[in-house]
Design a protein around this ligand. Sequence first.
Ligand code: FAD
Ligand code: NAP
Length: 315
Amino acid sequence: MAILDCAIIGGGPAGLTAGLYTTRGGLENVTMYEKGMPGGQITLSSEIENYPGVTGEITGMDLMIPWPEQCQKFGLKHEMVEVSRVTKEGDIFKIHRADGVVDEAYSVIMGTGSRPRRAGFAGEDEFFGRGVSTCATCDGFFYKAKEVAVIGGGDTALEEAIYLSKICSKVYLIHRRDTFRSAPNTVKRIKSIENIELVLNSTPDEVYGDNMGVTGLRVKNKSGELREIAVPGVFTFVGNDVNNQTLIQEDGTFLCEMNNQGQVVVGLSMQTNVAGLYATGDMRLEAPKQVVSAAGDGAVAALQVISFVDELLNS
Ligand code: FAD
Ligand code: NAP
């Protein structure tokens, strides 16, 4: 395979937009590596209402469906494979694929996003996929007309609790504080929904069940009092960890500078401290964690890459 002008790792809003801008901007040999279906984590969202120009009740999947076709119209290639590691030798990046193939590129745009964090209570791992879930759109329907618990107090927990309240008979929203880390409008909305009970200043102590799955959750409040909540489904939305494993080198160090939260350090042009390496979307420092900003990052990085490759090959 010829050396790629640009390798894009990840096919979420950041990677797809980087693919659109690099190819439409004239780079002819650009490949996007996405281990699953392109679209990214927003495809798991039951509703998105803050992407400009897109109005009405639409799901994250609805939003993302047209993106790959538009982005591939100008020549972006898509390899459905996981990238295990990105390294650099001289001016050339090596893209180590999980299938054992190593591709080469003059530049790399990282857009591997983030993944749901585990809350860390007893039984969470044991019952994961058997009553404990991190995806309301995927699993909410299993609990139609039943009661469920939601753990967390950020935008995701509140929005997904609202979604579940339309399917389930009751939602217990369990949050460790008495104020939320969410948009004021969403907080106002959640307080007005009759079948959502707020269980505040409380943390999950243990989720338990039998060989059929979850039967209940025990929570502990700040005074140490325990409460049993009999539910067959527990949804956890307690934040995300950055997918930065691809940047870890054989000796355990990172290819580029990272901050102490594992996010990639970039400047305003999404440039890392390694020439030709850019990081975009949820994985970069101070990311607003929005589809619109991830897409914006992808466009910014792509425009830089076009000049970078031109200078590298023509100087
Ligand atoms: P991601 O969307 O995480 O995409 C990264 C992609 O990289 C994934 O497709 C993954 O499969 C792929 N990948 C990862 N590692 C590798 C690898 N090694 N090799 C190959 N491929 C790899 N934002 C909003 O603006 N509005 C909302 O209403 C909203 N609601 C949300 C609701 C939920 C439930 C969640 C989870 C998030 C929500 N967000 C919302 C946040 C938004 O989804 C993210 O900010 C955005 O998707 C980040 O885009 P990204 O391209 O950086 O990463
Ligand atoms: P988040 O903002 O980090 O919130 C995580 C929540 O989980 C916090 O309320 C936190 O409590 C709680 N928590 C963390 N660890 C916990 C534990 N071990 N046990 C119990 N509770 C725990 O994560 P998020 O809600 O997934 O949002 C991530 C980013 O995506 C945010 O920037 C958010 O704005 C964005 N997002 C935006 C939208 C939108 O724009 N509509 C929708 C979804 C997500 P504390 O509050 O006490 O820390």
